[in-house]
Design a protein around this ligand. Structure first.
Ligand code: BDP
Length: 329
């Protein structure tokens, strides 16, 4: 087993020697370490567990996963880098966490890019999604799959949010990604990028007034116990990314590589079924616990964030992807 300390030590060595590091840090030939910030019963972790079990079954145990859920091995930014350098093998992260490092992912994380969840699924299942997955290879990763993350909305400890005017001066936690910071600024708020694992305490101690996320995370982190106003803004529908260390991937035979890719693909519908159920249940739990719900004026929010979209569309590659997304039925 590895823990955070041994990992960070090997990680430092790995990064210093950046190159043939996979063998030095791999726990055993076919055991792949897979990390996630969510707990073991969250749909992303369950889908990766399913994938590991399938691979073990098909290879008679030769390839298997060891899961490190609940952020045990660090923040998403850390784990993406650890995977790039072959210290860990599989990192399931939010797309926001890789936006700065992989600009091709930005169109998916811009505000109000998708019409609804079905649209997002068709985009990531189609050529746009495949093209974006391939770009991870430029910097040491293999894009295995996109998973669902629903749409994110605002929640806070003070009052209902109807329009961006209600956001003024709210200190809102955002993931560490420029798009999120700029989006929240455009809404008139005061964005604060802090790691996911610190959001609950931040809200509880009033270091933060607000945060934004999907129903499943709002519920599973128990943030709803300290932020009692949910305002439905649906401002971003970015998916999750399942990434693998390219160094480790390349150490497998072409047949094993095919199998890993196939099982990752097959885990997507499994994840989606778990997700739909989790999202519905999370919403019910939170509302039953007395969280105040209101539908925000999404048109007002959409208008407020237009400058962010325009700014990114100045990049011709981003603009071309946005047009492909809009053209997707
Ligand atoms: C959740 C994602 C998780 C992110 C988190 C965040 O599933 O990967 O770490 O949001 O806001 O929805 O940081």
């Amino acid at each position: 087993m590895i823990n955070r300390r041994t990992l960070l030590t090997t990680g430092a060595v790995a990064i210093a020697g950046a190159g043939g590091v996979a063998a030095a840090s791999a726990p055993s030939a076919g055991t792949l370490t897979a990390v996630d910030v969510h707990p073991g019963d969250y749909p992303t972790v369950q889908a990766v567990r399913w994938m590991g079990e399938e691979l073990a079954r098909e290879t008679e145990g030769r390839i298997n996963f060891r899961l490190y859920p609940s952020g045990q091995l660090g923040t998403e930014t850390d784990t993406v880098n650890l995977a790039r350098f072959g210290v860990i093998d599989i990192a399931r992260v939010y797309l926001g966490a890789v936006n700065n490092m992989f600009p091709a992912t930005q169109p998916l994380a811009l505000p109000y890019t998708f019409r609804d969840e079905a649209h997002m699924r068709r985009v990531v299942d189609g050529p746009v999604g495949q093209d974006i997955l391939h770009t991870f290879e430029r910097r040491g990763l293999v894009g295995l799959a996109f998973y669902d993350s629903g749409f994110r909305s605002m929640y806070n400890a003070r009052h209902p949010i109807h329009t961006p005017d209600d956001m003024h001066d709210l200190k809102v936690r955002v993931p560490r990604a420029d798009i999120f910071i700029q989006t929240l600024e455009a809404m008139g708020a005061n964005p604060t990028p802090i790691p996911f694992g610190e959001v609950f305490t931040g809200l509880q101690t009033h270091l933060l007034d607000a945060a934004e996320n999907n129903w499943a995370t709002f519920q599973s982190t128990r943030q709803y116990e300290v932020a009692r106003y949910w305002s439905q803004t649906d401002h971003v529908g970015a998916p999750e990314a399942l990434l693998m260390s390219k160094a480790r991937f390349d150490s497998f035979s072409s047949r094993d590589k095919e199998l890993i890719l196939a099982k990752a693909r097959e885990s997507v519908p499994i994840m989606r079924a778990l997700w739909d159920e989790k999202q519905a249940r999370a919403r019910e739990t939170v509302l039953a616990a007395g969280v105040h719900f209101n539908q925000a004026d999404t048109e007002a929010f959409r208008r407020a964030v237009q400058p962010v979209k325009r700014r990114y569309m100045a990049d011709s590659a981003v603009a071309a992807t946005i047009r492909r997304i809009e053209a997707q039925e």
